[in-house]
Unconditional design. Structure first.
Length: 116
């Protein structure tokens, strides 16, 4: 498998929000809920990402009704799940390696151990 670049936070949360069929506004709401309001997707960001991910085969249209009350829904594909799982592994590695910081003595700039 080709090496992939890390996902942006927006792409990560959009893929996560599409574990079940969802429409654009529902994705925006789900991302806000998951991040407790920290990440707020604008329509331009969302629909640009949807277009990109659809083109890459990461998501697909789940349903598209011509009835104006029913919105176009999207869902993650098998390839999208694979991409998402790869990103989870990458993020877990970052956290594991970040924990190494807790294993070294804290020193000031002069090289003196601050923990006594």
């Amino acid at each position: 498998m080709e090496k992939r670049i890390p996902l942006t936070e927006a792409l990560f949360y959009i893929l996560l929000s599409l574990r079940r069929p969802n429409h654009g506004y529902g994705i925006i709401q789900e991302v806000e809920r998951l991040t407790e309001g920290r990440v707020v997707l604008g329509p331009g960001t969302l629909y640009g990402a949807i277009q990109t991910m659809t083109g890459r085969g990461w998501i697909r249209i789940y349903s598209e009704e011509t009835d104006s009350r029913k919105k176009k829904e999207y869902i993650i594909t098998d390839l999208g799940r694979e991409i998402f799982e790869e990103e989870k592994k990458r993020l877990a590695e970052l956290l594991r390696n970040g924990a190494l910081m807790d294993q070294v003595p804290e020193e000031n700039e002069a090289g003196m151990d601050l923990r006594g």
